[in-house]
Design a protein around this ligand. Structure first.
Ligand code: SAH
Length: 480
């Protein structure tokens, strides 16, 4: 029934609010805080962000509280009844249970809103968890029954609501009066704003293209009769998807993935990550398996341009960081030439992901003062690297794409003077639940690896830092 849809979890008509949610204007209002410690400080900061005028009363008032700009009076003494005479709001944060009870009762008698920190039964109001995208503010409360749940929900909303929401709301606010005078009809106004909010202009805001978006918003208001025809060009985001574990995505990556029209991804981007993309987005697999490109690079570059020219928000998902052995530079060169707006989102590169998740620091006071990233990709059956530059005992070498060339690489390093006892590790599918680490030295790593069945992608780390693996390895242990 339609009723069930309105309130699926409750029998209709029984909604009961233990607390009435309201937003209070405290600008320049006197708010009294009884208590001078860290708890009082936390509340004071919150009230300060609403520009309240704070009066703090306690025998001991901590320095940070005294220094808070919005604290305009402090009384370094015990609380007196008359202290609440001019108060709009009262916060009680003392360790003295009796005193808390007393002040709470006094406030109730005077109809003064009071919050006794961590004691809901003494409160006439409670403070919610907030997600602040001013002027948009989301407040969450569990009415004191499950603060941890409320906080976890808040964390999810924090990552879900981009910071740019505030700017979008503020800009809409600025134009509200103008739109109202241009479109006296209420329904026409609603349709206008809905188009803005659900259309390309809001998207531009959320992608951080603020000045562009503001300009387009002004244009939309100017030409409000045909607001439907506000057109925006497409854009491309070159997004680093990290080394495989979805938890290691950046917020920005996730946001773009969830607002994209088209996603281009390749083998290095795990299915779990592709699954996080907007459900309705078109997904194009462009391959990039070693020696088996589903789409050759020039075709990918061309496709990005065409998709953007059709007006799409395109996300090009790349493993790790797009600017580290990812040919990311090439992919956006064409975009730059074609004048298509683009951005690059850094990702956690395989070296840092694998290093952290295997417990092998890339630098260490005792072992390595520098670290180089090289590609071990084979060309005509050999690896072409400046070996002389690499053979430095105080340097960590990270080899990307080096599985096939591994025996060759170890041999060349030894031939060019690195000790054959130099520790070396191969990390397979780093940061994922399938991660495996094989450690040895330049002399025996190739053999150790050949004895196992190894699954790409793999990364080699060479240098004294590999000695720390035994002590610092945490990931496989934690997940066994
Ligand atoms: N742009 C990527 C690297 C692309 S080159 C980045 O910044 O990480 C592809 C190589 O990255 C693979 O051959 C492998 O050496 C390495 N690699 C990527 N993900 C990896 C992972 N999860 N574990 C081990 N190596 C990985």
């Amino acid at each position: 029934t339609p009723f069930a849809r309105i309130s699926p979890n409750k029998p209709h008509g029984t909604s009961k609010l233990d607390y009435f949610p309201a937003f209070m204007n405290l600008k320049s209002r006197e708010c009294v805080i009884v208590g001078g410690g860290q708890v009082a400080l936390r509340k004071a900061r919150l009230l300060a962000s609403a520009n309240a005028q704070l009066v703090v009363i306690a025998p001991d008032i901590c320095k940070e509280l005294k220094n808070l700009k919005q604290v305009h009076t402090t009384h370094q003494r015990e609380f007196r009844d008359a202290d609440i005479d001019n108060a709009t709001l009262l916060i009680v944060a003392t360790n003295d249970t009796k005193l808390n009870e007393y002040i709470s009762r006094l406030a109730h008698l005077n109809n003064l809103p009071v919050n006794v920190v961590d004691n809901p039964s003494l409160c006439s109001f409670i403070t919610p968890s907030i997600v602040d995208r001013s002027p948009i503010v989301v407040a969450i409360s569990s009415g004191g029954s499950a603060p941890v749940l409320a906080r976890s929900l808040r964390a999810r909303l924090e990552s879900y609501i981009p910071p740019e929401y505030g700017q979008l709301a503020a800009s809409m606010g600025e134009l509200r009066a103008q739109v109202k005078s241009k479109l006296p009809n209420e329904r026409a106004r609603r349709i206008f704003w809905e188009k803005i909010v659900n259309g390309p202009i809001a998207k531009q805001f959320l992608l951080g293209n603020q000045s562009n978006a503001i300009e387009q918003l002004h244009q939309a208001v100017d030409s409000t009769d045909n607001a439907a025809n506000v057109k925006t060009p497409g854009s491309v985001a070159l997004v680093g998807a990290g080394p495989g574990n979805p938890d290691l995505l950046t917020f920005r990556a996730l946001r773009l993935m969830q607002s994209a029209d088209v996603i281009l991804h390749d083998r290095l981007v795990s299915p779990e990550i592709v699954d996080l993309c907007r459900r309705d987005a078109e997904r194009i697999y462009v391959g990039k398996q070693r020696d088996n490109h589903a789409l050759p690079q020039p075709k990918i570059n061309q496709l990005l341009i065409e998709l953007a020219q059709q007006g799409n928000s395109v996300v090009r998902l790349k493993g790790g960081d797009p600017f580290i052995f990812g040919r990311g530079g090439e992919e956006i060169e064409g975009l730059a030439e074609a004048g298509i707006p683009f951005e690059v989102v850094p990702g956690i590169t395989a070296a840092s992901g694998c290093a952290s998740y295997s417990g092998i620091p890339l630098t260490h006071r005792n072992y390595a003062q520098s670290c180089v990233f090289v590609t071990g990709h084979l060309k005509n059956g050999t690896v072409n690297l400046d070996w002389q530059k690499l053979v430095n005992p105080d340097q960590t070498i990270v080899v990307y794409m080096g599985l096939e060339g591994l025996p060759n690489i170890c041999r060349e390093l030894i031939n060019h003077g690195l000790a054959d006892t130099t520790p070396a590790a191969l990390i397979e599918q780093g940061t994922t639940p399938q991660q495996q680490v094989i450690t040895g030295d330049l002399n025996n790593l190739a053999e150790l690896v050949s004895e196992k069945s190894v699954t790409a992608p793999t990364l080699m780390i060479i240098g004294g830092v590999v000695n720390l693996y035994e002590k610092l390895s945490w990931f496989s242990v934690a997940n066994k």
